[in-house]
Design a protein around this ligand. Sequence first.
Ligand SMILES: CC(C)(COP(=O)(O)OP(=O)(O)OC[C@H]1O[C@@H](n2cnc3c(N)ncnc32)[C@H](O)[C@@H]1OP(=O)(O)O)[C@@H](O)C(=O)NCCC(=O)NCCS
Length: 350
Amino acid sequence: MNIALRPWREDDTDAVVEACSDPVTARFMPFLPQPYTREDAMAFFRHKPGDLAVVDPATDGVLGAVGSTPRGEGIAEVGYWVMPAARRKGVASAALEGFATRLFESGLQRLYLVTALTNGASQRVAVAGGFVREGVARGSSRTRDGGWQDMVVWARLAGDPAGPSARVLPDLPGGALTDGVVTLRPIVEEDGPSTYQMRSLPDVSGRSVVSTPMDPAVVTRQCAESASKWLAGQRAETTIRDATDSTYLGEIALFYSEPALREAMIGYSLTPEARGKGYAARAARLITDWGFEIGMARMIAGTAPDNIASQRVLEAAGYHREGLQRSRLPGPDGTRIDNVQFAKLRPAAT
Ligand SMILES: CC(C)(COP(=O)(O)OP(=O)(O)OC[C@H]1O[C@@H](n2cnc3c(N)ncnc32)[C@H](O)[C@@H]1OP(=O)(O)O)[C@@H](O)C(=O)NCCC(=O)NCCS
C-alpha cells in the first residue's frame, strides 16, 4: 500500500472527527473523548505536533494517523488509527513501518506499542511492522465501560531485522482449511455465543482440561483473544463449520505446547447435533495435516480411558495409541484420571 506521511492541517478536522467517532476506534482507544468534536480534533493538532497524518499520495486525502509519545531516553510509544473506509488495505502496516524507520534513523532505541488483547487487527499490524510480542500487562487499561482490560506489549528495537516479525504458527492457507465437507476457520469474537453454548454442555466442560468460568462474556472475550494467542504461537483455535452452509458444528485447536520437540497437541468438541457423522475425524485430519505442513514432527492427543468416541475419532484420523499415562488428567472433585495418549508422526518425505 502506497502511503505518505505529513503534518496535520486544519482542513483535516472532519476526517479526524469521523475516524475518532467510529465505534471500533472508540473501543480500542478508550482515552479518546466521546462524542469526539471538532474542538477535540483541533486540540489534538495543537498538543501532538509530532503526530502525522497518513495520506494517499495521489489525492492527499487522510487515510489514518500515526504518532508517538516519548517514554524516557531513547524510548517512545507509538499509536495509530485508520479511517474506517481505508481499513484492511495495508495502510496501518505501511504507516507503522514508515514512521518507525524515521524514528530509528533519528536515533531511537526502542519503540513499543500496547494493544488490547482483544484487538487482533492491531496485533497483526504490530507483526507486519516487525514488532516482537513481549508480554501481557494485566488489567493495565480502562475499557470504555469503566472496567479494566489486559494489554499486550509489542516492541521493536533499533537493529531488529526489517520486515514482519517471525511467527511459529502461520495463518491458515487462504484463511481456512476444508475438505469440502467441513471447514475450519480461526475463532473470532462473533463465535462467542455458539462457543459458549457448546462449551457449557456438561460432557464438553467435564472433559475439558482447562476449566474456565462458564460465563457468556468470558467465553466471548476468550474468542476475541484467540487471534492474539495464535500470533503469539501458543495455539491455533478454529471453529468447525459445515462447508456448504456454514452451520456451526464445533471447535478444534492445535496447542503448540512443546516447541522444542516440534510437537503439538489437538483438542476438539462437537455440538450434540453434529456428532456421529465423522466431522470430528475430518477436522482432526485437516488440522493434523496442517500441523505437519508447518513443521510439526509429532501431533498428539489424549483422551480419558472411557471416552471411546474420541478414541475412534483419533484412530480414524490416523493416530496410534501409544500408552496410558497414569493420573495425567484432572477428574471431577479434585480426583485425577488416566490419559490414553495417541500420536501421529509426520509422514516421511516421498
Ligand atoms: C487496527 C487498525 C489501525 C488496522 O488498520 P488497517 O490499515 O486496517 O491494518 P492493515 O490493513 O495494515 O492490516 C494489517 C493486518 O491485519 C489484518 N486485519 C486488519 N483488520 C482486521 C480485522 N478487523 N480483523 C482481522 N484482521 C484484520 C489485515 O488483513 C492484515 O493482515 P496481513 O498482515 O495478513 O496482511 C484499524 O483497524 C483501526 O483503526 N482500528 C481502530 C483503532 C485502533 O485499534 N488502533 C490501534 C490501537 S492499539
